[in-house]
Ligand binder design. Structure first.
Ligand code: HPA
Length: 266
């Protein structure tokens, strides 16, 4: 990890980001017009070389409205066959670079039948339904404690700030619980009913590993989901990845506007 930090500090001339952002589906081009330094994951010691889904697979360092930010353009997913260590390693590196706040974004299916495709949802809590935990294995005491508290992973003050940002923008924002399942298959209707009974409002295939590790390291987390579809069984239509991508594109303008405003506010 130290060699990753040294490599990044050399490439960015000790940029020292204070905020980290994981750009989910539809948000990859948020950084397009920023004055930035980009580093391919494959060039960073310890980062997995290939198979980043969706985007370029780059760490992007840029100032945004006076804030020093490191963006992850593309993330590692567990369903691609990456280990939990690979999925969460970038968050640990962010911690070592000095990141204090992590904004995690994703695409998710609406489990709450009152929510609609293209809605944005601020994550208030999560359910780890992955069947594993990214902290399994020897503990690195320099990062966090063996049995970390998870009573407020998504900090209430950040939820409130994001909510008022959405209000200012006139965005009808939702708040709810995100459940992570491994994927890559979408859920069955019965699984979705079970998830609803368990207290989930949205289901997706990412975010929870990164959020657990960030909270463990003492990084404050804000999570925002773009609800791209009704989860399986809420309507009669089968789910397609195409539908998810198309809905993410529809919501993109609001999502980018909200992220921009939130970056100013946090
Ligand atoms: N289920 C799981 N992950 C998803 C979904 C879904 O319905 N939509 C977008 N990501």
């Amino acid at each position: 990890m130290q060699s990753a930090v040294d490599y990044i500090n050399e490439k960015t001339n000790n940029f020292q980001p204070e905020i980290g952002v994981i750009l989910g589906s539809g948000l990859g081009d948020f950084v397009d017009n920023l004055d930035k330094i980009s580093i391919s994951y494959g060039d960073i010691p310890g980062f997995q070389k290939s198979n980043v889904q969706g985007h370029a697979g780059k760490l992007v360092f840029a100032e945004y409205k006076g804030k020093r930010v490191v963006f992850m353009q593309g993330r590692y997913h567990f369903y691609e066959g990456h280990s939990m260590q690979t999925v969460t390693y970038p968050v640990k590196v962010m911690k070592k670079l000095g990141v204090k706040t992590l904004i995690v974004t994703n695409a998710a299916g609406a489990v709450n039948e009152n929510f609609n495709p293209a809605d944005l949802m601020i994550i208030t809590d999560h359910i780890n339904f992955l069947g594993t935990n990214p902290l399994i294995g020897p503990n690195d005491d320099s990062l966090g404690t063996r049995f970390p508290d998870m009573s407020e992973v998504y900090k209430k003050d950040l939820v409130a700030k994001a909510e008022s940002c959405a209000e200012e923008l006139g965005i009808n924002i939702r708040k709810g619980v995100y459940l992570a399942s491994t994927g890559p298959s979408y859920e069955t209707p019965t699984e979705v009913r079970m998830m609803r009974m368990m207290g989930a409002d949205a289901v997706g295939m990412s975010t929870v590993p990164e959020a657990i590790v960030a909270n463990y390291c003492g990084i404050k987390v804000l999570g925002i989901s773009c609800l791209t579809n009704y989860a399986s069984g809420i309507t009669d239509t089968p789910l397609t990845h195409k539908e998810v991508i198309e809905a993410a594109a529809v919501a993109k303008e609001n999502f980018q506007a909200l992220l921009g405003k939130v970056l100013e506010a946090v």
